[in-house]
Structure formats: structure tokens, C-alpha cells
Design a protein around this ligand. Structure first.
Ligand code: HMG
Length: 453
């Protein structure tokens, strides 16, 4: 095939469970101070599912729905990359479960397996798929990226920052959402959030470390991105000023909870300020000298600094960043699905004619840790994606259930986890039409899945 151009996202589909709970009600239910989850963490709702769903039902549903909605021939797919941290098997890739949708059409020539590192697996999967299309082993067919997770925490540990959801994306040439070539990446070893337990779905979390790890990852990945950008500009003889948020129309972030995105956005503005502190747009900032003299480690913990830049960035946050938060406001953290739920929210929020020519920045973060800052250029019409996602209506159609139902659902998940012969207890009524669910577990840990008509 001829060398592909403008490789990126051709189509998108989101999946989320039918049920969610209100964070305002959860504050009351948990007996914490009013405002702790809604104001302190910036949370609104959080999706939940019981033992009728696992990551394979999420990924099967979102993939099947993508194929159907866009009338994609399963034979036209040459690669599938999956990103998840909720896999039910340490060996067998979640991708292999999706193969039923392709093998039944005579297509088993499909490269790609799973990528794993907390919430970053989806971005690793996306880079793999795009790189395949751009490589010399590309066979002319499109690729799929499928990602998602069930984000749940043990009682007393991060529960209000949970959630659930999944995303599927069709990747190929001449896309309306084109991945630009520069990636700024930062990866180091950290024990901020990890899942060492085989007998439980719940992570071990060092909450404060996870926040400073996320923040320092933004600094380092953005800085790596800007360095490469400057190098490229120098090589091409460009006289343009160094890269800053002025070059971005819509920043999208991995969203573990609402407030973290505000912190992250403010931190990018702080980075721009450090690069050009005398720019008139920072004229309102007090104690500029003190902020500039800041020790790096102290800057990660300095609440005054954080508030200064959150406030400075607030109107831009409200008008531009919030557009990418529709999924996270309703579903909470989708781990690997979170950043791409953000992209889907943005596509759903901006009129396609206005979107054309705009640049989106993406910040991917997965604990442990892996992070990248990269950009997407809107080079085509996004109407079809916006219409087929139908996101606003679908999120509104989720049922807000009492918090006790959430706790009961988690209990069922705890009991079913690792059972060889589990008879699912949750009701199939809680599955959307066209959604997959766990039918049974057969005595050898083998799960049978069915699709609801
Ligand atoms: P916590 O102990 O529940 O909350 O932990 P806190 O006491 O630290 O308070 C949080 C904020 O609420 C503070 O504001 C308080 O002042 C405020 P901040 O200092 O952030 O500005 N607050 C209130 N505000 C108004 N009214 C009140 C009130 N009370 C307190 N009454 C934590 C919060 C996020 C650490 C916890 O929920 C947790 O551990 N969550 C899981 C980890 C996490 O989400 N980390 C985020 C970064 S890491 C990441 O993104 C990766 C991840 O997605 C995993 C992956 O990669 O797969 C998690």
C-alpha cells in the first residue's frame, strides 16, 4: 500500500455501565464532611457495576458497538491493541477474548495484544497502533485500540475516586483526529498505586505520593515535549516562540478525579510561567520572585503556588478543559479509558466546524509510573464521531442508584473474584441492550459471555 498520511482516530465509541451513584449522596452515606468529595475532590457521579460485568464484557461491548455503529467489516481490521489494568488473567490477553468478533468472520490475521501499566496502557496501545499503520509492516488495513477499566478501591481507601468505563477507537490514515509526531515521555519507578494482590481487585495506594507523582510527571513529560519541539523548530529554521499552552486549543488530561485535572491544568500554566515569567499575562501574580526561587520538591507540595495557578487558569479551565470532562463527571475514573473518555467528551462538546484546525494536548498518566504529553490536530470533520457517540444523551440515561447498591455490587465482586464456579448474582436488567455480560464460570475459571439482545 502507499505510505499512509494523517494517521489517527477515524471513529470512537464509549461504554459505561447503566448505573452510577451521586458523590453528594456518598458524602452523606460515608459520614464524611459535606463537600469533601464534591468540592475537595471535584466529583459529581461515579459509575458502578456488579459481578455480571468484568473487563472482557466492557471491551466486547464497546468493540461490538463500534463495529456495528460504523458498519466496519471485521475483515478490514489488521491489528488490535488493548490497554487495561483490570484483566482477569495474568497470561491470556484481554485482546484474545475480542477475537471471537473477528474469527467468526474468518479473520484471525490480527496483530496486537495487551499493554499494561495502570492508566497508561491505553496510550501505549494507541502509540503501538499508530506506529503499526505508519510502519513498513502495515498491510493496508485499519487498527483498533480498545481500553477500559473497573476502578474500585477497598473501603476507606480512595473509594470516591473510583469509576468504570471503556473506549474503542478505529485507527487509520486520513483521520479527522491526527496524532502529531512529537511525544514527551517521562517514566520512572514509583510505588504510588499498584496491584500486587492476586486475591483482590483492589489496589494499594499511597494517595499523597500519587498526587505528587502525577504532578511531577506533568512537569517532566511537558518539558521533554517542549525540548523536542524546540529542536525540531531549530532544524526547520522556525522563528516561532517556544511551545506553550498558547499553541493548544483544548488541553485534555488523564482524570482520576475532577480536582486533579484542575491541579494538572494549573501546573501546565505554572510551567509556562517559569519559561516566560515577565509575560504580561502573569501580571496579576503576587510574589513572583518567591515562586521563581522555589525549590522543585517544595513546589510540588506548595498549596499557595497550586491555588495561584488554578485561579489564574480558572476561566480557561471552565471554557476549554471542562468540555473534555463529560465522561469523568458522570463515570468517575475509567483508568485506561479516562483520557480517551476525555477526548470523546471534547469531540462531543465542540461544533465540528469550529473544531477544524484546532490542536488538542493529551496528558497520559499511569501510576507506577508512565506518562506522555502529546498532541492531536483536528484535520477533518468530526460530525460522524460526535453524532454516533451521542454522549450527552447516553450519559444522562445512566440511572442514579442509592449508594447501598454500589456497596452491594462491590461485595458481589469481592465474593466472585477468583471463584472457579461462580454463579453470577447480579441482574441482567442492569445491562444495556447490546451489552455483554458474564453468564457463568465453569469450574476451570473459564468465563462464558453472552450478549443481551
Ligand atoms: P483523601 O484522604 O480522601 O482526601 O485522599 P484529602 O483529605 O487529601 O482531601 C482531598 C482534598 O479535599 C483536599 O484539597 C482537602 O483540602 C479537600 P486539596 O489539598 O487537594 O486542594 N477537602 C475538602 N474540601 C471541601 N470541603 C470539605 C473537604 N474536606 C477535604 N469538607 C485521594 C484523596 C485522591 C488521595 C484519595 O482519594 C486516593 O487515594 N485516590 C486514589 C489515588 C488517586 O486517584 N490519585 C490521583 C493521582 S494518581 C493517578 O491519576 C493514577 C490512577 O488513575 C491509577 C492508574 O494510573 O491506574 C489513580
Amino acid at each position: 500500500p502507499p505510505r499512509p498520511k494523517d494517521v489517527g482516530i477515524l471513529a470512537m465509541e464509549m461504554y459505561f455501565p447503566t448505573r452510577c451513584i451521586s458523590q453528594e449522596e456518598l458524602e452523606e452515606f460515608d459520614g464524611v464532611a459535606k463537600g469533601k468529595y464534591t468540592i475537595g475532590l471535584g466529583q459529581k457521579f461515579m459509575a458502578t457495576c456488579d459481578d455480571r460485568e468484568d473487563i472482557n464484557t466492557f471491551l466486547l461491548t464497546v468493540t461490538h458497538n463500534l463495529l456495528e455503529k460504523y458498519n466496519i467489516d471485521p475483515k478490514s481490521i489488521g491489528r488490535i491493541d488493548v490497554g487495561t489494568e483490570t484483566a482477569v488473567d495474568l497470561s491470556k490477553a484481554s485482546k484474545t477474548f475480542l477475537m471471537d468478533l473477528f474469527a467468526s468472520h474468518g479473520n484471525t490475521d490480527v496483530e496486537g495484544v495487551d499493554s499494561k501499566n495502570a492508566c497508561y496502557g491505553s496510550t501505549a496501545a494507541l502509540f503501538n497502533a499508530v506506529n503499526w499503520v505508519e510502519s513498513s509492516s502495515w498491510d493496508g488495513r485499519n487498527a483498533l485500540v480498545v481500553c477500559g477499566d473497573i476502578a474500585i478501591y477497598a473501603e476507606g481507601s480512595g473509594r470516591p475516586s473510583g469509576g468504570a468505563g471503556a473506549c474503542a477507537m478505529l485507527i487509520g490514515p486520513n483521520a479527522p483526529l491526527v496524532l502529531e509526531p512529537i511525544h514527551g515521555t517521562h517514566m520512572v519507578h514509583a510505588y504510588d498505586f499498584y496491584k500486587p494482590k492476586l486475591d483482590s481487585e483492589y489496589p494499594e495506594v499511597d494517595g499523597p505520593l500519587s498526587i505528587t507523582s502525577y504532578t511531577s510527571a506533568i512537569d517532566a513529560a511537558y518539558s521533554a515535549f517542549k525540548k523536542k519541539h524546540a529542536l525540531k523548530a531549530k532544524k526547520s529554521g522556525s522563528e516561532a516562540p517556544p511551545f506553550s499552552l498558547d499553541d493548544v486549543d483544548y488541553p485534555v488530561f488523564h482524570s482520576p478525579y475532577g480536582k486533579m485535572v484542575q491541579k494538572a491544568h494549573g501546573r501546565l500554566v505554572y510551567n509556562d510561567f517559569l519559561a516566560n515569567p515577565t509575560h504580561p499575562k502573569y501580571a496579576s501574580i503576587q510574589n513572583t520572585a518567591a515562586l521563581l526561587a522555589q525549590d522543585y520538591k517544595e513546589s510540588l507540595l506548595d498549596k499557595t503556588l497550586e491555588k495561584t495557578f488554578i485561579n489564574l487558569a480558572k476561566s480557561h479551565f471552565d471554557s476549554h478543559v471542562e468540555l473534555g470532562m463529560k465522561c469523568s463527571r458522570r463515570c468517575g475514573n475509567m483508568y485506561t479509558g479516562s483520557l480517551y473518555g476525555g477526548l470523546a467528551s471534547l469531540v462531543s462538546s465542540v461544533e465540528p466546524s469550529e473544531f477544524l484546525g484546532k490542536r488538542i494536548s493529551m496528558f497520559a498518566y499511569g501510576s507506577g509510573l508512565a506518562s506522555s504529553f502529546f498532541t492531536i490536530k483536528v484535520k477533518g470533520d468530526t460530525s460522524e464521531i460526535k453524532n454516533k457517540l451521542d454522549l450527552v444523551k447516553r450519559l444522562a440515561a445512566m440511572k442514579v442508584v442509592p449508594c447501598q447498591e454500589y456497596v452491594d455490587a462491590l461485595k458481589l465482586r469481592e465474593e466472585s473474584h477468583l471463584s472457579k464456579t461462580w454463579k453470577p448474582q447480579g441482574s441482567v436488567d442492569n445491562i444495556w441492550p447490546g451489552g455483554y455480560y458474564v453468564e457463568s464460570v465453569d469450574g476451570k475459571y473459564r468465563r462464558q459471555y453472552l450478549r443481551k439482545p
